[in-house]
Design a protein around this ligand. Structure first.
Ligand SMILES: CC(C)(COP(=O)(O)OP(=O)(O)OC[C@H]1O[C@@H](n2cnc3c(N)ncnc32)[C@H](O)[C@@H]1OP(=O)(O)O)[C@@H](O)C(=O)NCCC(=O)NCCS
Length: 211
């Protein structure tokens, strides 16, 4: 897709996403209900300091795996990827504390027009509280909103579903995605069997199309 088209679709997606986060997300933490504010922002408008905060969280959460799989230059490549035109960021805050982010973009992947989850990253103290589950639910809803927006679909086409990449070693994330209806894509690297040995790829591409 040409870059200016990616940017235009990102702007259209951002407008739809904005309407989903007027209210904060409520979760239970330490037996108290707390509110997580979700701030959507288009990549072009993401201040450098916040992009760095996001990269630093990726590093903290998955830096070791990224370095093992993609080599020592992963950070440079990730920094570039995090500036892809058309990306929409959802920044998560509890009061003023940064607690995670999601980044999404409409892309053509294996000839399918899908909403790709580039990152879903939550700070350690805020995990296992249902935040990932809530965010995935909202992403399902966003696909529905996009597909019922005639102006969007006329210009860019419908979204066929959601897609993402997950490291095969990331058992927690895989459990979450499989429980929410994601499946290994037909074009994903696959498990192979060599004599009696199971060989896992470094990562899987997952898709969710029927919802
Ligand atoms: C993966 C991640 C986004 C999940 O977010 P989360 O808010 O913790 O997920 P939820 O609380 O909604 O979890 C829902 C269910 O998923 C499963 N799950 C999630 N994380 C798990 C883990 N680390 N181990 C085992 N199961 C896990 C559990 O079944 C969980 O339900 P339970 O807590 O009632 O047992 C979060 O752990 C994270 O940011 N990890 C580091 C970055 C990362 O790996 N991102 C994904 C990249 S593809």
């Amino acid at each position: 897709m040409p870059e200016d088209q990616e940017q235009k679709e990102g702007e259209a997606l951002y407008k739809i996403v904005q309407s989903c986060f007027d209210e904060p997300l409520s979760i239970e933490k330490d037996q108290k209900t707390i509110e997580i504010k979700v701030s959507p922002i288009l990549v072009d408008n993401l201040p450098r300091i916040q992009r760095r905060q996001c990269l630093s969280l990726v590093n903290k959460n998955l830096g070791d795996t990224l370095a093992r799989v993609f080599g020592k230059h992963w950070k440079k490549e990730k920094t570039e990827e995090m500036r892809d035109p058309g990306l929409v960021y959802l920044l998560l805050h509890h009061d003023t504390e940064f607690v995670g982010f999601v980044s999404i973009k409409a892309v053509e992947d294996n000839e399918s027009h899908v909403l790709y989850i580039y990152e879903l990253q939550i700070v350690k103290n805020y995990r296992r509280l249902g935040l990932g589950t809530k965010l995935l639910g909202i992403l399902d809803h966003i696909v529905g909103l996009v597909n019922s927006d005639p102006a969007y679909t006329k210009e860019f086409g419908k979204l066929e579903g959601l897609s993402l990449t997950v490291f095969s070693s990331n058992e927690g994330a895989k459990k979450l995605y499989f429980s929410k209806g994601y499946e290994i894509a037909s074009h994903s690297p696959a498990i192979r069997y060599l004599r009696n040995r199971k060989i896992e790829p470094d990562y899987f591409i997952l898709v969710k199309k029927n919802f």
